[in-house]
Design a protein around this ligand. Sequence first.
Ligand code: NDP
Ligand code: HSE
Length: 436
Amino acid sequence: MSNEKRSDVLRVGLLGFGTVGSAFAEVLAAHGDAGVRITRVFNRGVERKRGHALAKFVPADAVWTERVEDVLEAADVDAVVELMGGLDPAENWLRAALSAGKHVVTANKQLIAYRGAELFALAESKGVHLLYGAAVAGGVPVIPGIAQGLSGDVITRISGIVNGTCNFILSSMESGAAYGEVLKQAQAAGYAEADPSADVDGFDARAKLCVLARLALHAEIDPEQVPAQTIATISAMDFAYAKELGCTVRQVARVELAARAELMDGVVSASVGPMLVPKTSPIAWSHGTQNMVVTSGRFGGDVVFSGHGAGGHPTAVAVMSDVRAIAEGSVQVRLPAKKMAVVGDVVAPHYLRFVVADRPGIVAAIAGALAKVGANIDSILQHRGFGGDRLPFVVTTEPSLSSKLEEAMAEMAAFDFMLEPPLCLQILVVDDRDTD
Ligand code: NDP
Ligand code: HSE
């Protein structure tokens, strides 16, 4: 990897002038003479983009184009900054940029999660940088923090909140807002992905989790193997019951090396989904677009990264930092990674929520289904004030294997008194284990 500056100014070709791309132009302009200059901007419908309020921050002599080749093949572009998103066509365009010997900076977590290994190899073979600090947790420097500051530890676990849209939705629902309304607000504010199901169904968070797993656990994992549960099934009654249990609800992403690596070599445990989070956990304190990533190291213990995980300006800060690092010829830490399999199963206490047409024998039927899979009930909660024709109530379990509970949930979903599919959420256990 070359660490030499090519010229006094790093000339940037920008792919995508949307929420983050336009904010990057503004942030770059605010830095004045940072040794970085935008020379080309590519976007479809480029005249529309030239009318964008932040287009004034692009230097007047920059070329605006709808032909991607005008950036990828340009002699006056040293670094391509990709802020379009998605796998296709971004992957081929970035391959072309790297092959042409241009550095690449991207905020595209899907691309790094699914195609990172090949792209890093290509970048290395061409002696150029491929930086992606904005791909996880927006403006929070989790990626450079792990790569530069924690590569000296043996990280065994990462957990936390890596999707700002879900955190914005769930923390707003905690204060009484309705799901559909806050999702619309997140879209209007530019936090959500082009297809917001990527956020709410957990696909964005699991891509980010895979990016972090490669970096921190040196585990190359297939995002498709990581179970992702939607937050769309969470409703106001879950916040009410969670509160009663001293918890709130957050979308949590977690990945860890198997506890007994000698038995489970080459395997990580990982999942993404809404969980009940005890109010005593820092994860419960994150509101709005805040992200929070906790790394657990064998020698250094827990380290917490927190800040704005979505939005144009915070994300543009991460992009700017990467671009600046390249302009300054900074050195990257090379970290190995090997392919690993994923198990989604976890032993944990769980929260089960049912909505039933009331009649005698319901609790007995549910207890029977749980007993069949060896799950022990910890508590049963039922708020007064709901009519028997649509009665919500909750069962919590002692630590149980999630796959066994899923078996029981499938059986219970078929009970004739069940009015909607029962909901099963893991309850996060606050772990205060010490370092060695
Ligand atoms: P936007 O949709 O706001 O911007 C994407 C831009 O790229 C738009 O101007 C779009 O044009 C253009 N574009 C997309 N595809 C093409 C294409 N095939 N050809 C030409 N132009 C194209 O997205 P964001 O700025 O929000 O996100 C950009 C990247 O940053 C994504 O990878 C996202 O995941 C990542 N990211 C976003 C964050 C956020 O908070 N928004 C935070 C962290 C990362 P058009 O306007 O015509 O659609
Ligand atoms: N849609 C993403 C989120 C953007 O809400 O976290 C930041 O990656």
